[in-house]
Write a protein of this length. Structure first.
Length: 120
């Protein structure tokens, strides 16, 4: 299994979520991020210098190995159609455990972002 992390601007969240849901990846985790670049010049407001921050959204979904390439192609297609930039990170998932039920993979996988019908 792999965890796919996608960092986008907030206005693109609806498009990415709709595309993932249409492909059967309905369970995702969405987090708000605030970032800044080191090469950004500080601004001054009322005599106080500050570095402008930019808001981003991180979407996380866990998918089985067989679905990673198809999910990446889908994300690339959505980014090109919407003309927005997207940072994608793929992280291996060694093990999943669902604490309340004590289930292990593949029983716990549907609760981490994979459609249950895709679990082999």
């Amino acid at each position: 299994m792999k965890r796919i992390e996608v960092v986008i601007r907030p206005h693109a969240l609806d498009q990415v979520h709709a595309a993932l849901a249409a492909e059967g990846i309905a369970r995702i985790t969405v987090s708000g991020l605030t970032s800044w670049r080191r090469d950004t010049e500080p601004n001054t407001y009322r005599g106080v210098a500050y570095v402008p921050m930019s808001t981003r959204v991180r979407i996380e979904a866990v998918v089985v190995e067989d679905e990673v390439n198809r999910t990446l192609d889908l994300l690339k297609q959505v980014a090109r159609a919407g003309r927005f930039e997207m940072d994608i990170t793929i992280v291996p998932v060694a093990r999943t455990i669902r604490i309340p039920a004590g289930g292990r993979e593949p029983e716990s996988v549907p609760h981490l972002g994979i459609c249950g019908s895709r679990v082999a």
